[in-house]
Design a protein around this ligand. Structure first.
Ligand code: SF4
Length: 413
């Protein structure tokens, strides 16, 4: 890989990634790397320009240090206003966040939005607007009632054979539509005693075979803490699989280091759920991070929240799913946006979600079609939804329609 070459193209083994944001910009510099040789330091044109303007003294090594990215994240209006023009709606929102979900944007993610329009989908992910301050019925804090399903701090036990383990409340970026906006970003830290109590709960419940490590974003924790948490869970013999939910490849791809991979791979079978919201998040850096995880042997699945004006159309969703597959991430869930306070500007109808599913199924590979789910308000769990393909069911036969609307009959006896 020659990150300095102007002639390079993004190339993954046999397949070429086209339409990457860095490809689309005039004069953009792109990179060559193979599936097996992931360069440690990738610098796209966009963030090189950003760095030159706002962090001229920062070396590439520093920029690619995930701790530096976290320490230098934008968390207030002064820092943000230095790098981008903010709208009145954004300024008003940032000035009035008070005890709500904080603002935090890594320099890497800022480099993707600093010269964007107010309506830019990536910008809307992380920069609050004044609508976020308005709570409308039936919005509520903790709409999935996770608190009432929490037997000990950090554990949510809703389904019979699996638990959610929220190991931190910190994220590198705060998504403005976060389901856990009631708890994420707050100062309630998990201490050693809390972790030990959580291990004890899992150990005492032999029915738990699957532990989902979430947060906040678990990958904001140091490798040593992750090692401690994962080894604590792996010591419990009835836990079969561990899953880690993270948004870092999209917002802090520098976090996917060799040392992280070495830490995680000790605990296979370990699945990783990656949160994406828009195809423009899949930059060369993000792609390299995902391929590195895939080469570590972790099955990768995606989770996406359906968001008005961000990804609520068939072309955008299809593009996102296609780009994910190219970087070896299998589309897994598409979520209806939860009813958190101040989410009305993000929410669209369930009908819209079904229309998107209708526009995917049959029109692209099955691997590119996620499951569309509504997480039932009140804590009822995930409910899968599909467009209706059943026209009639007589008992003797079932009449179906295919993705083009063509009817067909299948005998039931
Ligand atoms: S990364 Fe996840 S937990 Fe953190 S703010 Fe975004 S949605 Fe919430």
């Amino acid at each position: 890989m020659n990150a300095n070459s102007n002639e390079a193209t993004v190339f993954y083994g046999e397949s070429r990634l086209v339409g990457c944001p860095s490809d689309e910009e005039p004069g953009a510099k792109t990179m060559i790397f193979s599936q097996n040789e992931i360069p440690i330091q990738l610098v796209s044109n966009r963030n090189a320009d950003f760095r030159q303007r706002f962090f001229p003294l920062i070396t590439t090594d520093r920029w690619n240090d995930w701790r530096w990215q976290l320490q230098n994240a934008f968390t207030g209006i002064d820092g943000l206003a230095r790098i981008m023009k903010l709208s009145r709606k954004e300024i008003m929102a940032i000035n009035n966040l008070k005890s709500r979900l904080p603002l935090r944007v890594t320099p890497y993610f800022a480099s993707l939005i600093y010269n964007s329009k107010f309506s830019d989908p990536l910008r809307r992910n992380v920069i609050p607007v004044v609508e976020e301050l308005l709570q409308r019925p039936p919005e509520q804090s903790d709409p999935l009632h996770e608190t009432s399903h929490s037997p000990v701090k950090g554990i949510v036990h809703r389904y019979p054979d699996r638990v959610l383990f929220t190991v931190t409340q910190v994220c590198s970026n705060y998504c403005r539509y976060c389901t856990r906006s009631h708890s994420v970003g707050k100062l309630t830290r998990m201490g050693l005693r809390d972790y030990e109590k959580a291990f004890a709960y899992i150990a005492a419940h032999r029915e738990i075979r699957d532990v989902i490590i979430s947060g906040g974003d678990p990958l904001t924790l140091p490798d040593e803490t992750l090692d401690y948490i994962l080894s604590g869970i792996r010591k419990i013999s009835h836990v079969e699989i561990i899953r880690v939910g993270t948004r870092t490849p999209a917002v802090l791809p520098q976090r996917i280091t060799d040392s992280l991979i070495d830490t995680l791979r000790k605990y296979h079978p370990l699945f990783i759920s990656l949160h994406f919201s828009h195809p423009a998040e899949i930059t060369a850096e993000c792609a390299a991070a995902c391929i590195k995880l895939a080469n570590g042997g972790f099955p990768l699945g995606s989770q996406t929240v359906l968001l008005k004006g961000i990804n609520d159309s068939v072309p955008v969703m299809k593009e996102l799913m296609h780009r994910l597959l190219k970087i070896r991430v299998r589309p897994y869930y598409l979520y209806q946006c939860d009813l958190i306070p101040g989410s009305s500007h993000f929410r669209t109808t369930v009908r819209k979600g079904l229309d998107i599913m209708k526009g995917l199924r049959g029109y692209t590979s099955g691997y590119a079609v996620p499951a569309f789910v509504v997480d039932a308000p009140g804590g009822g769990g995930k409910i899968p939804l599909l467009p209706n393909y059943v026209v009639e069911h007589t008992g003797k036969h079932i009449v179906l329609r295919n993705y083009k609307g063509v009817r067909c009959e299948y005998p039931e006896k």
